[in-house]
Design a protein around this ligand. Structure first.
Ligand code: ZN
Length: 247
């Protein structure tokens, strides 16, 4: 006699395994995780330093360009000195020139400070780059190892996909659609194990849903055990199965 629950359990297992295999194929493997995080953190640190170098260079160039502009203006004023007609004009001109000289000094300080920041960041970057070489060497070696693992994982994925399509066809369409709706509703895990929570006397057993703890009726347990029927938890609506009967 057809026991849809058996196929549902097999299908759920194959789907869970497929999820793990795909994670291994496309995600960072567990054994590489720590090094991957360190590698990324160092890379980020270097990027931050590179950005601050760029920022300092831009700041210095802007200040230097402004120094040139101001010197140009100063030269114009100097050329005007011979043309002044009285003391008042002369005094005003000198004051303009002083203002520009102050501005030039401030701009030169800004350029120098930016240059210092640039050089500090460059020194720090060089040190980081030096120590990164060792981490990157190990990382590249692990990437090679990971790449070498991929074909066998890809084969597992292929085999699981083939098994899944066989199991899907084996299930009556109504059962398959019940399962798939439940699977979708619960993010890929449609099943809940039935557990014995209490024994009262010799014959009486109390069963509950392993996920939500709601009580499972004895009649449901009989249907699951004897017929392999698809029975839902009355509370969380997952498909119930019993471990030692399953499979
Ligand atoms: Zn439940």
């Amino acid at each position: 006699m057809e026991r849809p629950l058996d196929s549902v359990i097999d299908l759920q297992r194959a789907l869970t395994d497929l999820g793990h295999a795909n994670e291994r194929l496309h995600g960072i493997p567990d054994w590489m995780q720590e090094l991957h995080e360190e590698h990324s953190a160092r890379k980020t640190e270097m990027e931050v330093l590179e950005a601050s170098i760029d920022e300092a260079v831009a700041e210095r160039r802007t200040a230097e360009a402004e120094v040139q502009d101001s010197q140009e203006k100063l030269k114009n004023y100097q050329e005007q000195i011979s043309a002044v007609r009285n003391q008042r004009e002369y005094g005003a001109l000198l004051q303009e020139m002083d203002t520009i000289k102050d501005a030039i000094r401030a701009l030169e300080e800004r350029a120098l400070a930016a240059l210092e920041r640039q050089e500090e960041a460059q020194t720090a970057l060089l040190e980081l780059q030096e120590s990164f070489k060792e981490i990157d060497g190990r990382y590249q070696a692990e990437l090679v190892k990971w790449e070498a693992e991929k074909p066998s994982v890809a084969k597992q994925v292929e085999a699981l996909e083939a098994r899944i399509s066989v199991l899907r066809e084996r299930l009556p369409p109504a059962s398959l659609s019940l399962f798939e709706r439940t699977l979708e509703r619960f993010g890929g895990a449609a099943l809940a194990e039935v557990r014995i929570i209490e024994r009262v006397g010799k014959a009486q057993q109390i069963w509950s849903c392993g996920i939500c703890n709601y009580r499972v009726r004895p009649q449901s347990v009989v249907e699951i055990t004897n017929n392999g029927s698809i029975v839902f938890c009355d509370s969380c609506k997952r498909i119930l199965y019993i471990e030692n009967v399953a499979g």
